[in-house]
Design a protein around this ligand. Structure first.
Ligand code: SAM
Length: 275
């Protein structure tokens, strides 16, 4: 498992340019519409509230669409990711969109040493971020280390129950296939595709991933000197997680067609660094 960063980075390096070129990320709208926000951040707005003038860091910022959206809401944003090709797309988009955002290449677990302790008022992350990290405890310590006392974490993430589900089956049953709880051993996948519309053929298709139970994430944050201030579970996700079994409900959100109340699709968790 020690080589998981190289394995996963190769997959992300392949996919980032295809994501930037895909209609799903709508990057050109950031260039042509000065007020355009990503659908992810638009969904977050009611819980996110006013972030103007906050020093914010977006962990695992990918091609920067959410980071730029947060900057457009008035935060002074830094985006961090370990994929140089994702950051090349992010920097190019920020320049073309006239957004003043700093992008830094680093592993999440090195974020405190690279960006400095207690340097931020806001840590923002999520939507396919935690599954790339082996330890929720190390992630929570990183978040707490980046925040000044009183600073705030905002994460909307795929629900760990959603991550346990098998690929859609012909009988349409939702089958629990993968671990709910964090395990030392990664889940290793070979997947030639990605989560956006694209014709690009990728070369690096192997990934190593982990699930983290909701209780494990909450407990890890509490153990890292964070006070939980909000936990909301949602009946939609901003990607088509179960193709054929989900419908597009608008606003970039997808929901189970059949009795969606059976499944928490995503959650928003907020916490504040104790003084
Ligand atoms: C699904 S994307 C995050 C998506 C983001 N919410 C978005 O759509 O823009 C996951 C990102 O995590 C980054 N990543 C994965 N493991 C990482 C690590 N150990 N350190 C830093 N970045 C990592 C990948 O390079 C990728 O850009």
């Amino acid at each position: 498992m020690d080589d998981y960063p190289e394995i996963n980075r190769a997959s992300w390096d392949d996919r980032a340019p295809a994501h930037a070129a895909s209609p799903d990320y709508a990057v050109e709208r950031f260039v042509t519409e000065p007020d355009f926000l990503s659908q992810v951040v638009r969904f977050d707005l009611p819980l996110l509230g006013d972030i103007s003038d906050l020093r914010g860091v977006h962990l695992q910022c990918h091609i920067g669409t959410d980071t730029i959206s947060l900057a457009r809401l008035g935060a002074q944003m830094t985006g961090l990711d370990f994929s140089p090709t994702a950051l090349a797309q992010a920097r190019d988009l920020a320049e073309r969109a006239g957004a003043d955002v700093t992008f830094v290449e680093a592993d999440v677990y090195d974020a405190v040493s690279v960006l400095g302790p207690e340097s931020f008022d806001l840590v923002f992350t999520g939507i396919g971020a935690l599954c790339w990290l082996p330890s929720a405890e190390r992630w929570a310590a990183t978040v707490a280390g980046l925040l000044r006392p009183g600073g705030r974490l905002f994460i909307r993430e795929g629900h760990p129950m959603l991550w346990t589900l098998a690929d859609p089956r012909p009988d349409q049953l939702l089958a629990v296939e993968y671990p709910y709880f964090e395990r030392d051993e990664p889940m290793t996948f070979e997947d030639q595709g990605t989560y956006v519309e694209t014709d690009v053929v990728f070369e690096n298709n192997r990934t190593q991933e982990w699930n983290h139970g909701l209780g494990e994430i909450v407990t890890a944050l509490m153990n890292a000197d964070m006070t939980i201030t909000g936990l909301a579970e949602h009946d939609s996700a901003p990607w088509n997680a179960l193709p054929g079994q989900m419908e597009d409900i608008g606003g970039g959100e997808f929901r189970l067609i059949d009795r969606p109340w059976r499944l928490a699709h995503t959650y928003t968790l907020q916490a504040v660094r104790r003084a």
